[in-house]
Design a protein around this ligand. Sequence first.
Ligand code: SF4
Ligand code: SF4
Length: 171
Amino acid sequence: MKVSLKDLMTMAKPAAELRLKALCKIWEAKPINCFQCMRCTSGCTSLKLLELKPHEIVDLVKFGFIDELLASDIIWTCATCLKCKERCPQKASPYDLIMALRNVTVEQEAKVPEFYMNTVSQILETGLMQNVQKITTRTMEPLDREKLGLPKIALAGNKFKECLMKALGGA
Ligand code: SF4
Ligand code: SF4
């Protein structure tokens, strides 16, 4: 059974040390500046697809629901488009806040959602976020790149993997 953010909040227990560590990391995103104008949410790319509400994330952080956010899939649905950072009149940054929360999650070896890890594996293997897709015409005919006269996409080789692992500090 999927546990919602609301469920997690009702189960909240004090975790002062964890919150302090996470708060130090996310301080640069200036959540304290937020006055809940919702400009970030009104322009959020993922809101349309996933109902991610950046202003609520900022508010939850301000109220100390850090560990609940770390345990939630919601921080992994951000498309990293940076619009919220651009739109914020208070120079708060939901984007930076979400990235800090993700980093804390990984540091603490907490659960990263499977869909996200699959994307990371896909990038490592091929250099692409997703497999090359076919399109379907109005007459329901599937067309691949070859049929469309488009060049084949070169997949990433070992050099790319080496560079990526190096950039990630894994090599
Ligand atoms: S745009 Fe900035 S001030 Fe407005 S709700 Fe979002 S984070 Fe808060
Ligand atoms: S960076 Fe993430 S939270 Fe901010 S607007 Fe884009 S998708 Fe929404």
